[in-house]
Ligand binder design. Structure first.
Ligand code: SF4
Ligand code: SF4
Length: 348
């Protein structure tokens, strides 16, 4: 993979050129937290900030989006699909969130191709940035400490200043030529600095799952009746916050909004959450997951069992957002380690 180096000034100049031509979003400060938002100047961006409230997923899979507009007047109803393919530059996307987008691709842009998601996704330019963890990160336990693909360009901050820049796609190569004109070819020295950054990052991660990630599907399959679920279900509010902040969750509801005169309307897709009590309720009132423990089991198995079994990688990227969002401190690592300890016969 091609490697370049750019200094802060060259990066700022490149981003100014991009901002002049594209919608550019990046992590920005919002009170005590960071959120991905539109920027008008690169000085607003905090590309190394960890733990944005929502992942950049919201720009390719928005919280609420119109799927189609319809007219109910005339001889026959008319409907027209709404597909938004406006290009957007997502800057400051960390390895966990690049992995999160790949996880959603498995479902929405794989064997079944969702036209609405696919159009946004293909027109999202990904400028990845490496990062240092906070106390909730555990990407090293789930294989997303480092990414080899899923970005157009990837920037690693160097201890000596500036960034190493990896080129991930042909589009990234073109961006480099057209916008990042200050970037210079780099070599083994910059590679060693990249490696040094990742070693320091790995050493700074305080949380870890006590089993290899490949063992997790088997561990979760055996844990369906574990007491661990009941213990945590007793304090879970079923609020759904953990789903809504997750970079790999993609469940949605579809709702029709019709004008008061009944003449026209739109069909919308809105985020949904498997942790909400009514999520699995069907016609007739039967609920397939009526209890908080049933919902906890389902959510955690989606991350480390069902999806991992189907697509070959966990659908938890270790971003730590669910733990930051949960008011009662339910987190993926604690539950995983309690299940692992239980199966090893260790007291928890
Ligand atoms: S955020 Fe915490 S309390 Fe809310 S549903 Fe998720 S695990 Fe339960
Ligand atoms: S389950 Fe939690 S830690 Fe894992 S990717 Fe989702 S929000 Fe991040």
């Amino acid at each position: 993979m091609e490697l370049y180096r750019i200094d802060e000034k060259g990066l700022a100049e490149a981003m100014a050129r991009l901002i002049a031509e594209y919608r550019v979003v990046a992590p920005v400060e919002k009170g005590p937290r960071h959120v991905f938002d539109d920027i008008q100047d690169w000085s607003e961006a905090r590309p190394l900030a960890v733990g944005t409230v929502l992942p950049p997923k919201k720009f390719v899979f928005p919280q609420r989006e119109t799927l189609l507009r319809f007219q109910l007047t005339g001889e026959a109803p008319q409907a027209e699909a709404v597909v938004d393919d406006t290009p957007v530059v997502l800057a400051g996307v960390h390895p966990c969130d690049i992995t999160g987008l790949r996880c959603i691709d498995h479902t929405l842009a794989g064997r079944y191709f969702d036209e609405h998601y696919g159009a946004r996704r293909m027109n999202a330019i990904i400028l990845g940035f490496d990062c240092m963890p906070d106390g909730h990160c555990f990407c090293s336990s789930v294989g997303s400490l480092k990414v080899e693909s899923g970005f157009d360009l990837f920037f690693t901050p160097l201890q000596v200043g500036g960034y190493a820049v990896r080129v991930g796609t042909q589009r990234g190569r073109k961006l480099l030529e057209d916008y990042f004109t200050a970037a210079a070819p780099a070599g083994v020295y910059e590679e060693s600095l990249e490696e040094d950054f990742r070693k320091r990052k790995a050493a700074a991660i305080r949380l870890s799952i006590d089993a290899p990630v490949g063992d997790l599907p088997g561990i979760y399959q055996q844990a369906m009746r574990s007491k661990v679920w009941e213990k945590w279900a007793e304090v879970c509010f079923s609020c759904g916050s953990c789903n809504l902040v997750c970079p790999t969750c993609y469940c949605f509801d579809v709702q029709d909004r019709v004008s008061l005169d009944g003449a026209e309307g739109r069909r919308e897709r809105v985020w949904d959450s498997c942790m909400l009590a009514e999520f699995a309720e069907v016609a007739g009132g039967h609920n397939f997951r009526p209890t908080p423990s049933a919902r906890l089991i389902h959510r955690h198995n989606r991350k480390f069992n069902y999806q991992q079994d189907r697509y070959g990688e966990p659908h938890c990227t270790g971003c730590g957002r669910c733990a930051r969002a949960c008011l009662v401190h339910i987190d993926m690592v604690t539950i995983a380690n309690e299940l692992i300890a239980e199966q090893r016969g260790e007291a928890s």
